[in-house]
Design a binder for this molecule. Structure first.
Ligand code: NCD
Ligand code: ZN
Ligand code: ZN
Length: 430
């Protein structure tokens, strides 16, 4: 008999169907109308959806743990319906060599509530040896504002299979605008969308003829989307909830709390992002969870660090907005779950045979006001304060219940390090 069976209403391939999902050793082995199992968990109410894979979080561990750490960040992820995160390399020390990669993986293995991957930060020193890191990391991150773009040619010659994720803003372009920004509108002007577009074009010109797998993180502007559409190469594109839901304006207060890179932009940009998300031109929603403390944000705007927390609110807020607007849930689940998982070669993000048994249960009628004191971030604030969200009541990771009835029952250290296995390399999904 099958080890574990979960029965309820599942969203599968865009349809809501009542069925049973059979699980053995954490993996989905069968999906049928009825199944017998040694253990059976029934959800007579609620809808079961795949949990999210957030490919863009800054957990700040090691070295910046006054902002967040691997435990608080992944606990927040769990309560937000995220069963797997991929952590960015701008920690202290940065994740740029074998030692720092191993250290971060061991921190995650001790402290993580959810499965996790890591990025290697690509720089002048490790660029030539990226192949040596293929077995060690989940992806490669290129932060263009700090990267010598003349090295893109060299990067394009490498034969690596893992995803190259770019923060696309051109340093020289930003420097040209140069001036200090004192508010959100000025910030959007001094880090103009043309700098994002230039970075996108530079990367694509160098990489167009290669087989490299390219992901553009947090695209924020309509002209970047236009630039992307002019290249034949299939790349993947991410967008954040904050770029979808906010625009640069005086009414966001305090202003420095909404300071983020790339900046929040105009309503036209916002509309273009939505259109691209709904059409599938934008592949992925990623939180770019980038927490800073209240003290760090409560300074003069020009001195405040950029970045907003978001891993716990991403799924709940987007679910609420999709429902309110009547957008197809299938599209949301694709952008939050299946596409990011496939891009990184992870057997997650879909309720189907052979996938990890990762899902959430939601009650679509239960909308909650978002309040920082109900979230699990160390920083204690959220840019989505007062907005509504639909939070999961339950979370399963590899068949184990981590959250039950909105209470944590999972353990710190349960989360496993993930990287694509041999022969299951990442792939682009259209
Ligand atoms: C990020 C951070 O704080 O680490 N900040 C941000 O504004 N998004 C870095 C980044 O993703 O660019
Ligand atoms: Zn970035
Ligand atoms: Zn980031």
């Amino acid at each position: 008999m099958i080890e574990k069976v979960i029965e309820g209403k599942f969203l599968i391939d865009g349809k809501i169907i009542h069925c049973c999902v059979g699980i053995e050793r954490g993996i989905i082995v069968d999906v049928k109308k009825s199944l017998d199992g040694e253990t059976r968990i029934r959800f007579p109410r609620g809808l079961i959806l795949p949990s999210a894979v957030d490919v863009h979080v800054h957990l700040r561990d090691p070295g910046l743990t006054h902002k967040e750490d691997f435990s608080t960040g992944t606990l927040s992820a769990a309560f937000g319906g995220v069963s797997c995160v991929i952590d960015m390399p701008n920690t202290k020390p940065p994740t740029v060599d074998k030692e720092s990669c191993k250290e971060k993986i061991s921190i995650g293995e001790r402290k993580s509530y959810v499965d996790f991957g890591i990025y290697l930060g690509v720089n002048e020193n490790n660029l030539k040896n990226l192949k040596d890191f293929e077995d060690l990391v989940t992806g490669f991150k290129i932060y263009l504002p700090d990267f010598d773009v003349t090295l893109l040619g060299e990067l394009s010659k490498l034969k690596v299979k893992k995803v190259l994720a770019f923060h696309a803003e051109e340093r020289k372009c930003i420097e040209k605008f140069g001036k200090k920004a004192e508010n959100l509108i000025e910030h959007a002007k001094t880090r103009a969308s043309v700098c994002e577009k230039m970075a996108v074009e530079k990367v694509l010109k160098e990489m167009e003829k290669t087989d490299l797998r390219i992901h553009f993180c947090h695209i924020s502007s309509s002209i970047s989307l236009y630039a992307l559409s002019r290249f034949k190469k299939k790349v993947s594109v991410g967008v954040t909830p904050h770029h979808l839901l906010f625009k640069a304006s005086r009414s966001l207060t305090p202003q420095s709390y909404y300071k983020v890179n790339p900046p929040l932009r105009t309503s036209l940009d916002q509309e273009a992002l939505w259109e691209a998300l709904l059409s599938g031109e934008i592949d992925i929603i990623e939180s770019d969870h980038a927490p800073h403390t209240i003290d760090e944000k409560e300074v003069d705007f020009s001195e405040a660090p950029s970045g907003v927390p978001g891993v716990e609110t991403m799924y709940p807020v987007m679910l609420y907005v999709f429902l309110m607007k009547g957008y197809p849930l299938e599209r949301l689940v694709s952008a939050l779950c299946s596409r990011p998982a496939r891009l990184f070669g992870l057997k997650k993000g879909r309720i189907a045979k052979g996938m990890d048994a990762d899902f959430i249960v939601v009650d679509l009628k239960k909308m909650k006001k978002i309040r920082a004191d109900r979230l699990h971030y160390k920083c204690g604030w959220t840019p989505f304060e007062g907005m509504k969200g639909i939070f999961p009541t339950d979370l399963f990771i590899r068949g184990e219940r981590i959250i039950e009835d909105e209470e944590l029952i999972g353990d710190r250290g349960f989360g496993k390090f993930v990287k694509p296995r041999e022969g299951e390399e990442s792939c682009m999904e259209k």
